[in-house]
Design a protein around this ligand. Sequence first.
Ligand code: SAM
Length: 385
Amino acid sequence: MSKDSIPQQFIEQLSQSIQNDTFVQLTLSKVGGKDKSLKNVYARLIELKSNPAITFTLRYPTKDITKNHSIEEGIAMISLWLGNDFLEGNLFTLKEDVSIQYNKKRKARLFTRPASKQKQPDKQHNKIKQYAIAPDAPYLYAMGISSKQGKILAQNQRKYRQINKYIEIIDSLLNQHNGLSHTPHIVDMGSGKGYLTFALYQHLKEGLGWSPTIMGIELREQLVGFCNKLSTEIGYSGLSFAAQDIHDYQPERIDLLIALHACDIATDIAIAKGIQAEAEIIIVAPCCHKQIRKEMNCQTDMQAILKHGIMEERQAEMITDGIRSLLLEAHGYETKVFEFISTQHTPKNVMIVGIKGKKNEKAIQQINAIKEQFGIEHHYLETLL
Ligand SMILES: C[S@@+](CC[C@H](N)C(=O)[O-])C[C@H]1O[C@@H](n2cnc3c(N)ncnc32)[C@H](O)[C@@H]1O
């Protein structure tokens, strides 16, 4: 058989497995094209309005996107991806597992192994949750986000989407970094009313079947009292809250640190606590940025731009968060900085994620150069480390 026919052979086996109803799932991996942002594709079958369809999960570094296509369209897309965007395809059927692998010269080889999966996933489309957090979650009602009947109130739709978006991001990060145990100790610093803390607990415990313990740290005693009462009432035994300044909090262990919308230097305190506790993952979404703006004393040509207040404000935000991520890198974290929710929902939408990994040996040098350029004496986070 000529090598050129191997991709067709793979696609033929895929089509046959769908026709014979032995198809289980397909994965595409080993990014091969110019666009490296799409990391993996997962395909499975679903029923859409009584018609069979292929549902794709497209995995990007910080999100998953789901797309449904007719069988014909789906197979055509897989043919296009293979050998171009992805250099490996794995087809799982009830009869056998088939892999296609391309070498550097894009020559394909086919491997067949006994079937590793004995069961097909459920094809019911309505079994796929639109949202990780269902609208009838008990805490959403207690927090005034949904009605007693479990419907999200009109004025809270945005908040509800934001909660789900946040869970989707954390889920995707956990998928990419499997170093976290399934019994993680998580600390949420500046947990506020606890929407996101409750949702994360529910997702890990009920969605993923993990046994997490989550501690929310919050200055406002009234909120802490409310959250502790609620977690007891709904039986979330691993979720508790403490009324404390995060500055004074001395963690024994943190596996995952979260600080969302913590004001100004509270984000720095949270990052420092995470680094000191050697947290596996640190996730922060900074709120207001005051410290660096007050410090900035730029004497370079940039001053011609920074004389405009709004430009100075944006520049200060960028430097504040940029140096935060470089300090994480200096302490052995690999970082991602990205917009996590549309500015339409909130202007405070930058998320900084640090995942334990390779240290950036040049980070301190890079920070010093930036500080010099903008006339900055110190970044508050530096003083904590
Ligand atoms: C804007 S809210 C965010 C709440 C929640 N993380 C969210 O994203 O929905 C910030 C919270 O951090 C709390 N906070 C600010 N500084 C703090 C500190 N030093 N220690 C503990 N909590 C703090 C505030 O009281 C407030 O409830």
